[in-house]
Design a protein around this ligand. Structure first.
Ligand code: AOF
Ligand code: ZN
Length: 378
């Protein structure tokens, strides 16, 4: 779609304005164009209810008659929180619809395009869905795989160490990396860490990005035997922003009650063959409540657990110009790998300076449903 592409790029830019504000729904942007001029535009924000198409059509008013609609996602044809956007498009008298990608939501999945075409509207779908998929990896993962998109984050020394064995030094990465890490938190629905990291660092796991999220990210701890101290900062703030703790089936009931009394949601899950918790089960529970993306912030054991289970999709690794040597924790713990042959091979997509650190970003393997998408812009 050559002439269309700059309008579509505008729709994509609009969609991104919904970052952190659309969950559990996708980010969507739409532009109404008549005689080459933009006469309406909009994007989705969950609390404002209306889908992007409807916002754009309303802003165009009568100018939408005979106009083209550019929308980053196929228009919906189902009755959900709102009536189908296909009905609104037909009622507005739109002539052609350009859409970025077919909706992965089984409730739509091509049905919106079919409905419009049957009504005589020309529908043109982008040849390359990648830029459109990349802004909604989380949503697509949840509706097609039943689990959130998982990003692993770590700040390491140049020799791949995340903390001295003697105890934590809080900051390995520099100021710029830390600011970037808050943007990472901003674009994920949940932030997860292991109990080892909580005991060592007593983190808050909140998002301190300049723009607020519509809902604070859900804070998650993998804690098989429920060692989370009732006086930790996470527990103390559980009433302000939710905290979930995943524990094993035999976690002490008294610890469960103590945490629940402080407003922490304790979620018992099954144990995996390797003795750790069944992380896939934790992710399913999260998808069930609409969590589309999880940022895993360590430490070594937790990162390794996600990699071993094949549940890691994306990585953001910051490397600082420091060497810690062997009396330090590695970025990933036991991966069950003894030979180079068996080690996970990552697909590095971008390396950039965040002085004095470097950020490595990319993907783990190819997720089902196609090649990994492009990285989100920032
Ligand atoms: C959105 N915003 O701009 C578009 C969506 O739960 P509902 O009724 O809001 O429906 C959500 C579904 O509608 C969503 O999963 C996606 O398939 C479709 N399109 N949703 O929230 C939008 N265009
Ligand atoms: Zn819709």
């Amino acid at each position: 779609m050559p002439a269309a592409s700059h309008h579509m790029r505008r729709a994509l830019r609009l969609a991104r304005l919904g970052t952190g504000r659309t969950g559990p729904n996708p980010m969507v942007g739409a532009v109404v164009v008549r005689d080459g001029a933009v006469v309406g535009s909009g994007y989705h924000v969950y609390s404002q209810l209306w889908h992007a198409e409807r916002v754009a059509l309303d802003s165009a008013g009568p100018a939408a008659r005979g106009a083209d609609l550019y929308v980053t996602l196929e228009p919906c044809c189902h009755h959900g929180r709102t009536p189908p956007c296909t009905d609104a498009i037909l009622a507005a008298g739109i002539r052609r619809v350009f859409c970025g990608m077919v909706d992965s939501n089984p409730l739509v999945a091509g049905g919106g395009i079919e409905r419009l075409r049957r009504a005589g509207i020309d529908v043109i779908v982008a040849d390359n869905p990648e830029p459109f998929r990349s802004i909604n990896c989380g949503f697509i993962s949840r509706v097609t795989r039943g689990r959130p998109w998982v990003t692993l984050k770590a700040a390491a020394t140049l020799d791949g160490r995340i903390a001295p064995l003697s105890g934590r030094s809080r900051w390995i990465s520099g100021e710029q990396s830390r600011r970037h890490a808050h943007w990472l938190r901003f674009r994920h629905d949940a932030i997860l860490t292991g109990i080892g990291t909580v005991l060592a660092d007593n983190p808050l796991l909140t998002c301190r990005h300049k723009r607020p999220r519509e809902q604070p990210p859900l804070r998650l701890v993998i804690d098989p035997t429920l060692r989370l101290p009732p006086e930790s900062r996470l527990t103390a703030t559980a009433a302000e922003a939710p905290v979930w703790v995943f524990c094993g089936p035999s976690a002490p009931p008294a610890a469960r009650d103590a945490l629940a009394a402080r407003g922490v949601t304790v979620v018992p899950i099954t144990t995996a063959d390797d003795g750790g918790l069944e992380l896939a089960a934790a992710l399913r529970r999260l998808a069930d409540v609409g969590v589309s993306s999880v940022l895993v912030e360590g430490g070594s054991r937790t990162l390794a657990g996600f990699i071993r289970a094949g549940l890691a999709d994306e990585f953001c690794f910051y490397f600082a110009p420091i060497i810690l040597g062997e009396r330090a924790l590695p970025l990933a713990g036991d991966l069950g790998v003894l030979e180079l042959d068996g080690c996970p091979r990552l697909d590095i997509r971008r390396v950039r300076p965040l002085p004095p650190d470097w950020l490595f970003e990319g993907f783990f393997g190819v997720p089902p449903g196609g090649p990994p998408p492009a990285l989100p812009i920032r």
